[in-house]
Design a protein around this ligand. Structure first.
Ligand SMILES: Cc1ncc(COP(=O)(O)O)c(C=O)c1O
Length: 407
């Protein structure tokens, strides 16, 4: 995959395996893993409960095109955590986003969607876009979209309510799809009152509000949504939901369900444009159930968030001491340091602050000292298996790496 070859050096590290917060490569080197499969392994590599449940299920049928008991438990649990009553399954977060947009079109009888500059929601055609000179264009590097992005998508900057209001005012947008804090061009936190403003504007214009919690689930066991008392119409999830076994899910409000249920439940349809043959398979559901029940717990976050704090404070202290013009941002168990003295407030500022060479340097330095950071940016995730020792190792390596470039 493209992102596997994006690591610095002329070849990626080949993994032999991963356990907890560690990865071992084929040459026998051990790494402290803060990348954690870019969130897919946010709760550690091969968490015990997930492994046991999936191993059991492997012997009892992997995919049967029939629901299992686990689907009822998982649906109820997602409703309890995220506050939306109806849940549907997907195989990935990309899928969950694609299908939620489809449902939003059905529910609103509108075609367009709106996303934010700098976003990433997976390989969903309408969302692989950028804002350039006031226009929505296909994202650089991505294979071409089927039709011009202007026909499918509106795009505005994050933290700009006026721009959002103007874009939604014609009332032709089915849904705003967003991360409540951006994570894909570095962490960008919402300004005070911003998300409440998004809710108000989307309500006033009859636009659905879809929150993509794939990454922001790092904020707490019930996601950013519950942690911050948000009330979206739909939520999408993926990556870590089944401990790394491919699975995703998306939830909908009663109102969205009422407007789409005739299609969802129609006996004669067979094809409603959601899911695929393997979606909702027994293995993925066993993995989701075990992971939700025993892995993605309050106790896990009580361990992960203080560690992210420790990481953040140590890096911040070194930045202050050395005077390097960088800063840190933290979102629950996810923490990042970035180049530039102040946090960007939107995608354009974040993209402008990128420094590819420095980025390579940091990742290579870390790799050579036994640490994996998320590629593309300097982001670290804490897992329930991460330790203070892991964090302190990073602190020392970070300090050395900064001293080397300041020397
Ligand atoms: C916020 C967000 N949503 C969706 C996705 C897509 O996830 P996947 O590639 O697992 O489908 C990503 C991937 O990085 C993401 O960051």
């Amino acid at each position: 995959m493209n992102w596997m070859i994006e690591w610095p050096g002329s070849f990626p590290i080949f993994a032999k395996g991963g356990r907890g917060s560690r990865i071992i490569d084929v040459d026998g080197h051990t790494y402290v893993d803060f990348c954690l499969g870019d969130t897919g392994a946010m709760f550690g590599h091969s968490p015990k409960a997930t492994v046991e449940a999936t191993a059991r299920q492997m012997h009892e049928g992997i995919t049967m095109m029939l629901p299992t008991d686990d689907s009822v438990w998982v649906g109820e649990e997602l409703a309890r955590r995220f506050g939306l009553p109806y849940w549907q399954l997907a195989m990935t977060a990309t899928d969950a986003n694609r299908f939620s947009l489809r449902m939003a079109r059905e529910a609103t009888a509108r075609r367009k969607i709106l996303v934010f500059n700098g976003c990433y929601h997976g390989t969903v055609d309408e969302t692989l876009v950028r804002l350039v000179d006031g226009r929505v264009v296909a994202r650089e590097g991505a294979m071409p979209p089927p039709i011009e992005p202007e026909l499918t998508t509106k795009i505005v900057e994050f933290n700009d309510l006026n721009a959002l209001e103007k874009a939604l005012e014609p009332r032709d947008v089915a849904a705003v799809l967003m991360e409540p804090a951006m994570t894909n061009c570095g962490i960008i936190l919402p300004e005070e009152g911003y998300l409440e403003g998004v809710r108000e504007i989307t309500r006033t214009t009859g636009t659905l509000w879809i929150i993509d919690e794939t990454h922001t689930w790092c904020a707490g066991p019930d996601g950013y949504t519950a942690t911050h008392h948000l009330q979206p119409d739909m939520i999408t999830l993926g990556k870590a939901i089944a401990g790394g076994i491919p699975a995703g899910a998306f939830g909908a409000s009663q109102e969205v369900f009422d407007k789409t249920s005739s299609n969802m439940l129609a006996e004669t349809t067979g094809v409603n444009g959601l899911g695929g043959t393997l979606t909702g398979n027994a293995l993925a559901l066993a993995a989701m159930r075990a992971t939700l029940q025993k892995v993605i717990t309050k106790k896990a976050y009580n361990h992960m968030i203080p560690l992210a704090n420790r990481f953040n404070e140590a890096v911040e202290r070194i930045i202050q001491q050395t005077g390097v013009p960088w800063h840190t941002v933290r979102l629950g168990a996810r923490v990042e340091y970035r180049f530039g003295t102040k946090p960007p407030k939107n995608g354009a500022e974040a993209i402008a602050a990128k420094d590819p060479l420095l980025n390579k340097y940091v990742h290579l330095y870390d790799l050579n000292h036994g640490i994996l950071l998320t590629p593309f940016h300097n982001m670290a995730l804490m897992s329930p298996y991460s330790t203070r020792k892991d964090v302190d190792l990073h602190t020392h390596v970070f300090e050395d790496s900064v001293e080397q470039i300041m020397a």
